[in-house]
Design a binder for this molecule. Sequence first.
Ligand SMILES: [Zn+2]
Length: 166
Amino acid sequence: MLYRQHCVTNCVIGATLELSSFYAHWGGWEMRLTFAGAFLLATFWLSPDLDLHHSSPSRNWLIFRKLWWPYSKIFRHRGWSHFPVLGSLTRLSYLCTLLVGLMLCKDVFAGEISLSHLVHSGHESLQALLSVVSQHPELAWTAFFAVIVSDLAHAVGDFLWPGKLF
Ligand SMILES: [Zn+2]
């Protein structure tokens, strides 16, 4: 399936779910906004096709595209990265690792390069990320659900129209 077709399909599914939740009075505006944001983020920047380094979702990262190069080397195209839920978890875990790594970079640039300090700092960064999630668990679950639905829509598109890759 072409990248543009994936985007259109996902946006139609996302908009349908948003409108359904609005008319059915599911959740508040925070949940709907979180779902929409996470769904769009997953569709355009966390697509399963990040397992291809030259794919359109990879190019959406612009100068940060190289950050996803290891991911494309770890995961074969349309392998585990496209598996429902598990594929979403691989990209979210990879993104968390990138964020913790970027937080560690500030320590390295500040001259704090001892291993014990980096381990301690990495642990603190991870706790900071988890505390943000634990303060708003319903929004975190909504965002996670949105990423899974976006990835499922992608996987179904690849399954139904397996031809062109990107
Ligand atoms: Zn795909």
